[in-house]
Design a protein around this ligand. Structure first.
Ligand SMILES: C[S@@+](CC[C@H](N)C(=O)[O-])C[C@H]1O[C@@H](n2cnc3c(N)ncnc32)[C@H](O)[C@@H]1O
Length: 373
């Protein structure tokens, strides 16, 4: 998969059983967890710029209810802050960004329903707001200079702009055989290429956003990270390792071709918090205002805060569904749609076996950044 991420990545669209919209509870929890930081940042931005019209962009909004959580939150916060400061209600322009393959139509179709609900809830005063879609990669410029007050991005920045070039040798031989992400068996050169791709991408991201933010501009970004220093033993190496295992089993049974699985790698990377800080520092354009790290269970419906399995049979299904809603289009494109049910039922079994051994969790990093003045 040497191609760019914009040609391959999108979540499962629509609102059906297997869609991202119905299977995004892990991501929804991150939005709620980040809310106090979003609130603080928005209040500060508003106080600094006192805009008559405020511009807020959600990067990697996907489709489904999560995109609207952010919009509704921002309306409430800005409304309240403008009252507290005795200002007239500002207007808000929301830009919802994602890659071109995203199901923007389903967002726009549900917009009216949310507007109606909002009007019922807040009869007296509702800020005038406008919503527009912005297709394109956030690893590059998306907006004119100094045109945005606040950027939000939730559960996106672990996606790279591409599969790192170094996962194939110069002669085109795959170097990360039997793996789809970095693992304990990946050669060090592969691990390095992933790390370098992450550094390049996150640098481009920060530089682009800096150009686009106005005076006093801020961002709140949440994304998957890892707690281990050593990249191949990260939590997401384990999660993707279980999918690689299912693919390899299908090779042994002659269902998939060895070459195809050997050549397949994910454009994905979970950094440690030290790696995140190092890029922010080397770019030098933002101050890291706040960092919040929390852990989320693999099973989206398990809200417990302990190491007990909630129900292995249900959990494996829940995990497989939430991962499938994210990765199905990429898998289908590489290996064909006909393998999907088989692959994800094997994956669910591998997840179940793993969870009995260890209840691994997703580490989620939430960071608040402000532009240096
Ligand atoms: C797991 S979804 C999260 C969606 C939503 N923010 C939420 O919290 O539910 C990740 C989204 O990031 C988008 N994405 C990944 N790389 C991107 C890029 N380079 N530019 C824009 N969007 C990107 C994907 O298309 C996908 O919709």
């Amino acid at each position: 998969m040497g191609m760019k991420v914009e040609q391959v990545l999108h979540m499962v669209g629509g609102a059906g059983e297997s869609s991202y919209a119905t299977n995004s509870r892990v991501q929804e929890k991150a939005i709620f967890e980040a809310k106090p930081m979003v609130e603080e940042a928005l209040r500060e931005v508003y106080k600094t710029a006192l805009p008559e019209s405020m511009v807020v962009a959600d990067l990697g909004c996907s489709s489904g209810p999560n995109a609207f959580h952010v919009v509704l939150e921002a309306i409430d916060i800005v409304d309240d802050q403008s009252r507290r400061l005795g200002r007239p209600p500002p207007e808000i322009m929301f830009f919802l960004n994602d890659l071109p393959g995203n199901d923007f139509n389903s967002i726009f179709q549900s917009l009216e329903g949310y507007e109606e609900k909002l009007k019922e809830e807040k009869r007296e005063r509702i800020l005038p707001f406008y919503v527009a879609g912005v297709p394109g990669s956030f690893y590059g410029r998306l907006f004119p200079s100094r045109s945005v007050h606040f950027f939000h991005s939730s559960f996106c920045l672990m996606w790279l702009s591409r599969v790192p070039p170094g996962v194939e040798s110069n002669t085109g031989v795959p170097l990360n055989k039997e793996n789809i992400y970095i693992s304990e068996t990946s050669p060090p050169a592969v691990v390095e290429s992933y790390q370098e791709q992450y550094q390049r991408d996150f640098t481009t991201f920060l530089e682009s956003r800096f150009q686009e933010l106005g005076f006093g501009g801020r961002m709140v970004l949440s994304f998957l990270g890892r707690t281990s220093k050593y990249a191949p033993s990260g939590e997401l190496s384990q999660l993707w390792g279980l999918l690689a295992e299912a693919l390899n089993a299908m090779v042994l049974e002659g269902i998939l071709q060895r070459e195809k699985v050997d050549a397949f790698n994910l454009p994905f990377y979970t950094p440690s918090i030290e790696e995140v800080k190092a890029v922010i520092q080397s770019v030098g354009l933002f101050d890291l205002d706040r960092v919040h790290i929390f852990k989320s269970n693999w099973d989206p419906f398990d809200d417990s805060n302990n190491d007990h399995l909630y129900d292995n049979f249900i959990s494996r299904k829940n995990v497989a569904k939430s991962i499938r809603a994210v990765i199905e289009p990429v898998i289908a494109r590489n290996f064909g749609e006909q393998i999907l049910d088989d692959l994800f039922s094997r994956y669910a079994k591998n997840v179940a076996r793993h969870l009995l051994k260890e209840k691994t969790k997703y580490p989620v990093f939430v960071i608040a950044l402000k532009t240096k003045m």
